[in-house]
Design a protein around this ligand. Structure first.
Ligand SMILES: CC(C)(COP(=O)(O)OP(=O)(O)OC[C@H]1O[C@@H](n2cnc3c(N)ncnc32)[C@H](O)[C@@H]1OP(=O)(O)O)[C@@H](O)C(=O)NCCC(=O)NCCS
Length: 262
């Protein structure tokens, strides 16, 4: 196992590598436990606090860049076997956010996602649960895809198998699982669509002028003002076709092994 607290271009003899033209020295910990893991950091990325654990083999973590006026990323990240996490451009976090992908899954955050305090986004439940009679696993790890310009409010938890369309808002304290469309508010436990046809913008209510914002003329409108579509569309996962084929092949192999065992 190797832990790095200064991160720049790196290769080790187990095939782990870091692709980063920039050197990051503050508040960063990257641990490689297995082999063939890859960390890719955009040269313009801004890191406030980052802990990454590559627990197994063949993991990928990709961190997008950001414009100079955007805040840093603070995240506690775990990447498991054959899994990938991709964080888009200009993704911001208020405090520490937990991101986890394991068991051949992918977790994708689109561009301009805004994550409030104490949010967890994960493709797994951390421990397996089995049906007592059949011995079959009931809580499979599943891909998560969060679209561009989604706002995830404080203490929300995004669970395995979730996709959220672009421009949507996840309400505070919500537990989110399932497929949700664009430009809606998703809230509650379990979370449901509680409002459609909404758009949100980043300017803070008290930190940016004007200090009253009663209508859309008080903000610069982003490109994410759209009516909510009736059905949730799959969110583009930013996964290369080759990676997708490899992941599908691994998934089928896993299913086959499961069938042979039972
Ligand atoms: C999503 C949010 C904006 C509420 O939106 P809203 O449209 O004003 O919601 P309303 O209060 O009109 O509620 C609409 C319905 O959704 C429900 N609802 C709204 N937010 C909810 C939440 N977080 N959890 C559970 N239910 C919620 C309401 O109970 C209401 O249900 P009803 O129609 O059965 O009465 C708010 O819940 C929220 O999360 N704010 C973010 C705050 C935050 O985290 N700020 C941190 C800085 S980034």
């Amino acid at each position: 196992m190797s832990t790095l607290t200064e991160v720049s271009a790196y290769n080790d003899d187990r095939g782990n590598k870091i692709i980063s033209p920039t050197t990051f020295t503050n508040n960063i910990h990257v641990t490689f436990r297995g082999s063939n893991n890859t960390l890719i950091i955009d040269p313009t990325a801004k890191i406030g606090w980052l802990k990454v654990r590559f627990d197994c083999d063949n993991g990928v973590l990709e961190l997008g860049g950001r414009s100079p006026h955007r805040g840093p990323l603070r995240a506690d990240v775990r990447v498991g076997q054959d899994s990938s996490i991709r964080v888009g451009k200009n993704v911001t976090t208020t405090k520490l956010c937990m991101l986890v992908a394991v068991e051949g899954t992918s977790l994708t955050l689109g561009d301009d996602v805004m994550i409030a305090s104490d949010v967890e986004i994960r493709t797994d439940d951390a421990h397996p649960i089995f049906d007592v009679d059949s011995g079959r696993r009931i809580n499979w790890s599943k891909d998560v895809a969060v679209g561009n310009h989604v706002w995830i409010a404080s203490r929300a938890i995004v669970r395995p198998g979730t996709s959220i369309g672009e421009g949507s808002v996840v309400g505070l304290n919500s537990i989110v699982k399932g497929s949700f469309p664009n430009n809606c508010i998703i809230a509650g436990t379990p979370a449901r669509v509680v409002r459609r046809n909404v758009a949100w913008e980043r300017p803070h209510l008290s930190n940016s002028k004007p200090f009253y914002k009663p209508d859309a003329s008080t903000v610069k409108k982003s490109k994410y003002w759209n009516p909510t579509e009736v059905e949730a569309r799959p969110v583009a996962a930013n996964v290369t076709p080759w990676a997708r084929i490899k992941r599908r092949a691994r998934h089928h192999k896993k299913q086959l092994i499961g069938l042979i065992r039972h």
